[in-house]
Design a protein around this ligand. Structure first.
Ligand SMILES: *Cc1c(COP(=O)(O)O)cnc(C)c1O
Length: 385
């Protein structure tokens, strides 16, 4: 018996767009990344609602594929991961943003069995003190700063930190010593090598510990800085971890919306707010019920400097014309055969032909932001759970 696909958001009959999330592709991307990273363990970063696709569905799929280690940003997200795993044993959930200041901060970590990624000396001290008050010290990962200058203990303090851990008798509670790349998607950026070198210094001090450095693009670097655990996020969801090289990941999201109405305008007439696009010829326009309130950035409009977003209708790529409205966009469908055009005909804004990387670039941003902005008004269909 095949179950109907899981859905969320407004029902199909009431929604103006359909977001299809292929959980089978997510699982396959994870397996592929694991294969690239073997013998390192392959974790999964599921922060920000699993990059917008739905944290519960993503976590269940990845756990079924064999993933045992999850990363979120915040403890509230960690609680959702723990609940999605039905309190089964054997899964480790790390909170990348670490510990907030204040005494109650440990409550959520204890309640949901989460592990902070300690990112400063103050957090380290708070954690050691907490362990002295309670009998059991929660395991943690230690993050060192090798160049991001965002979170992390200074790499030069590694020896001093190890001494502090030894004095408190808590070295065995450090699961991983980690750091994070600044520009791993730019393979030739010398920062990659510099960070690997800085991390080598930390690894020498922490000999015998386990290490983690690579995000999606870090996995693909020629130096293979995989160590004991890799932490892919973006590539799991279909993003290209190696820009400039054909994407080896499968698309996970597909965004489709029906044409609401069609019209023809004469050369010299414009469409949308502030008349930002003027027809050079008699043009056929299709209006679609997706706008910036659904996560299609206003910056996806074409300008003289860059092409704007596109949608595929009946196999043809149609440019978005004029401004992105809150709830609507207009496509130039002049080159689509009239027989293919009717209210209800489907336009595809993301899928096999149009990638999240492509839309990100056309909107002057990155695919990460496209994913994490995916709207709440879409009818969501989860395939191949
Ligand atoms: C978000 C994040 C990742 C995942 O990065 P991707 O580029 O999405 O693969 C890994 N590690 C840390 C510390 C992160 O913040």
């Amino acid at each position: 018996m095949t179950l109907p696909p899981e859905t969320s958001g407004p029902p199909l009959s009431a929604a103006q767009a359909i977001l299809t999330i292929d959980l089978g592709a997510l699982a396959q991307n994870w397996r592929k990344l694991r294969h690239y990273s073997t013998p390192a363990e392959c974790g999964a970063v599921v922060k920000a609602d699993a990059y917008g696709i739905g944290i519960e569905q993503a976590v269940r799929t990845l756990a079924a594929a064999g993933c045992r280690t999850f990363f979120v940003a915040q403890a509230s997200e960690g609680a959702r991961v723990r609940a999605a795993l039905n309190k089964q044993d054997g899964y480790r959930i790390y909170c990348l943003n670490g510990l907030l200041p204040g005494p109650q901060v440990f409550d959520a970590f204890i309640e949901h069995d989460l592990r902070p990624v300690i990112g400063s000396r103050a957090e380290l001290d708070a954690w050691i003190k907490q362990g002295a008050l309670h009998l059991q010290q929660m395991p943690v990962a230690l993050q060192f700063n090798t160049g991001m200058n965002r979170l992390g203990i200074d790499a030069h303090d590694a020896a001093e930190v190890l001494a502090v851990l030894r004095a408190a008798g808590v070295e065995s509670k450090i699961d991983y010593v980690m750091s994070h790349f600044v520009s791993s998607e730019a393979e030739r950026d010398p920062l990659n090598g510099a960070q690997i070198k800085a991390f080598d210094l930390v690894r020498n001090v922490f000999a015998g510990f386990r290490f983690s450095l690579a995000n999606s693009s870090g996995i693909m670097l020629p130096q293979k800085p995989h160590y004991d655990l890799v932490r892919p996020g973006y590539a799991l969801y279909g993003g290209n971890p190696s820009p400039g090289v054909p994407n080896s990941m499968q698309p996970v999201v597909k965004l489709q919306a029906p044409i609401i109405q069609l019209r023809s305008i004469e050369a010299g007439e414009s469409t949308g707010y502030n008349a930002q696009w003027t027809a050079k010829r008699r043009s056929r326009l299709a209006t679609i019920g997706i706008g910036y309130a659904d996560g299609l950035p206003r910056s996806a409009m074409s300008t003289p400097e860059k092409p704007g977003a596109q949608a595929e209708i009946a196999g043809r790529l149609c440019p978005l014309v004029g401004r992105v409205s809150m709830d609507l966009i207009v496509l130039d469908v002049t080159d689509v055969p009239e027989s293919e055009l009717a209210p209800g005909a489907m336009a595809e804004l993301l899928g096999e032909r149009i990638s999240i990387d492509d839309l990100g670039e056309r909107a002057g941003t990155i695919g990460y932001e496209i994913l994490t902005s995916l709207g709440r008004r879409y009818h969501r269909v989860y395939l191949n759970p």
